[in-house]
Design a protein around this ligand. Structure first.
Ligand code: NAD
Length: 259
């Protein structure tokens, strides 16, 4: 197999949570472009269907949209069942869905804290549990969690204690799952993006240029990356090209964390 062929995902089924926009859509498009049958698993059905159609038109891949709130175990189980009915197996799971609450810790309601932890940490557990079972029954697979450099560093000037705690939790989840599931040929790795130009970041660039400048000062590279750049790393981690890598955490942040 040539080196570029080892990145191909033909005859694989890949599921991306929150694949309708932002980093999730960038990853979903990259996986489809690499040959995967692509499933957008989205809380809001209509935008999931629209994204799946767009990705199919752009890449020529087979795509499907399923409705799934990652915090609701019944939703997750039903969606996984529907994907298996359609494709027989799930080979790649990208746990991308995530939210933040920029509230100072001393004023944060427990409900706000819980909402972030439910999506960013419990949601990853629930999706991994239900897809992992199918991978265990099948030929294994690759699980890729979209974590953040916030798992390791403090962000400033904005407050986001629940976000950083939930992403730090993904470090432990990934390490333990990689250990427990290696025997089933399931690899588990985390991607830790820095600031990426999605809707949220574009809003800050427009409305709070001072904050954006502060972020940029911390980067070695001048540019903020777009979601496609995260897609390239996801293809690597999803494919045979990374067969010897599991339990790892890779930052892709324009040098933010080494500055
Ligand atoms: P985004 O808000 O554009 O996308 C988030 C996605 O998650 C949306 O599709 C949304 O529908 C989905 N989602 C939220 N709650 C959900 C739920 N309960 N069930 C199912 N789906 C749900 O944000 P983004 O910037 O593209 O972020 C994607 C991931 O990347 C997140 O995990 C985020 O923490 C991470 N990340 C983003 C950046 C950045 O700079 N944008 C940096 C580091 C990490």
């Amino acid at each position: 197999m040539s080196i570029l062929d080892s990145f191909r995902l033909d005859q694989r089924t890949a599921v991306v949570t929150g694949g309708n926009r932002g980093i999730g859509k960038g990853i979903a498009t990259a996986l489809a472009d690499a040959g995967a049958d692509l499933v957008v698993a989205n809380r809001d059905r209509d935008s999931g269907v629209a994204a799946a159609e767009e990705i199919a038109a752009e890449t020529g891949a087979e795509t499907l949209a399923v409705q799934m709130d990652v915090t609701n175990e019944d939703d997750v189980a039903t969606a996984v069942e529907a994907i298996i009915d359609e494709y027989n197996s799930i080979d790649v799971l990208v746990n991308n869905a995530g939210i933040t609450e920029n509230v100072p810790a001393e004023r944060m309601d427990p409900e706000d804290w819980q909402r972030v932890v439910d999506v960013n940490l419990t949601g990853v557990f629930l999706c991994s549990k239900h897809v992992g079972r199918r991978m265990i029954d099948g030929d294994g697979g690759s699980i890729v969690n979209v974590s953040s450099i916030s798992a390791f560093i403090a962000n400033h000037p904005q407050p986001q204690v629940a976000y950083n705690a939930s992403k730090a939790g993904l470090e432990g989840l990934k390490t333990q799952l990689a250990s427990e599931w290696a025997r089933y040929d399931i690899r588990v790795n985390n991607i830790n993006p820095g600031y990426i130009r999605t809707n949220m970041v574009e809003d800050v660039l427009k409305n709070d240029p001072e904050m954006a400048e502060e972020w940029k000062r911390e980067m070695l590279l001048d540019e903020m990356a777009r979601p496609e750049s995260i897609g390239a790393l996801a293809v690597y981690l999803a494919s045979e090209a990374s067969w010897y890598m599991t339990g790892e955490s890779i930052s892709i942040d324009g040098g933010y964390t080494v500055r």
